[in-house]
Every structure is written in structure tokens, then in C-alpha cells.
Write a protein that binds this ligand. Structure first.
Ligand code: HEM
Length: 109
């Protein structure tokens, strides 16, 4: 009898902890966390210890740890800006280079 009560208690505990964990999760998956305007994005220029963020098609990418973007600079382009047009029309690689670059947020009005 004691065993049965203990088992039921354990099952209830497991269920409860499972539910508690699930409720902490973002129901829509890994959504971007930050919402920045173009003006706010400018602070993320990769200079003076600031992270280096770039926006492409409304998505903000963190290029702080991308070697080609050391110091927030890359082939004449600077972080802290919306570089949608530049990456699509001026870079030789296009948006394919963004694959694997961490997404940290989205650009808002
Ligand atoms: C988002 C805006 C970006 C712009 C405007 C841009 C622009 C450019 C330009 C103009 C070049 C040619 C340099 C030259 O050969 O004269 C270049 C090359 C290169 N970029 Fe970017 N880039 C961007 C993002 C990235 C990212 C996110 C990465 C890496 C994760 C990257 C990696 C590279 C590499 C490896 C090259 C060497 C050439 C190649 O692979 O085609 N770029 N980029």
C-alpha cells in the first residue's frame, strides 16, 4: 500500500515538474529576443566592447564572433546598420553567408 502511494506521488511530481518546465518554454520556439529600432541598432557597432549586430530583411544577426567582422567592420561595411541592400546587391556572397550566424532579434519601426 505504502509503495503504491509513493508511486502515485512520484508520478504526480514528475507530471508537475514536466508541466512547469513546458510552461517556461517559448510556445513558438526560439523567437528573436530583442526588438530594436534602427536608431537603437546603431549602438551595436562592435566598437568599445559593444556587440556587433547587423540587420538583414528585418532580422538582427550577431556577428560579434564572426572572424570576418572583427571590430564590427567587414570589407568597408560597419555593424550597427541595416545592411539588407548591401549584402544582396554589393557583396559577392549574398545572404547565404548569414547561415549559421546567431539571430538575436528583429528590427522594429
Ligand atoms: C551583412 C552584410 C554583409 C555585407 C554587406 C558583406 C559584404 C561583403 C563584400 C563587399 C565582400 C567582398 C570583398 C572583396 O572581395 O572585395 C565580402 C566578402 C566576404 N564576406 Fe561578406 N558581407 C556581409 C556579411 C557577411 C557575413 C555575415 C559573413 C560571414 C558569416 C561574411 C563573410 C564573407 C567572406 C568569407 C567573404 C570573402 C569572399 C566570399 O566568400 O565571397 N560576410 N562581403
Amino acid at each position: 500500500m505504502k509503495k503504491k502511494v509513493l508511486l502515485i506521488f512520484m508520478a504526480a511530481l514528475l507530471l508537475w515538474t514536466g508541466m512547469a518546465c513546458a510552461s517556461d518554454e517559448d510556445p513558438q520556439g526560439d523567437l528573436p529576443q530583442l526588438e530594436l529600432t534602427l536608431e537603437e541598432l546603431a549602438a551595436y557597432d562592435g566598437k568599445d566592447g559593444n556587440p556587433a549586430y547587423i540587420a538583414v530583411d528585418g532580422v538582427i544577426y550577431d556577428v560579434t564572433d564572426v572572424s570576418f567582422w572583427r571590430g564590427g567592420e567587414h570589407n568597408g561595411f560597419s555593424a550597427g546598420q541595416d545592411l539588407t541592400d548591401a549584402i544582396k546587391n554589393q557583396s559577392p556572397h549574398g545572404v547565404a553567408r548569414l547561415r549559421g550566424v546567431p539571430v538575436v532579434g528583429e528590427l522594429v519601426e
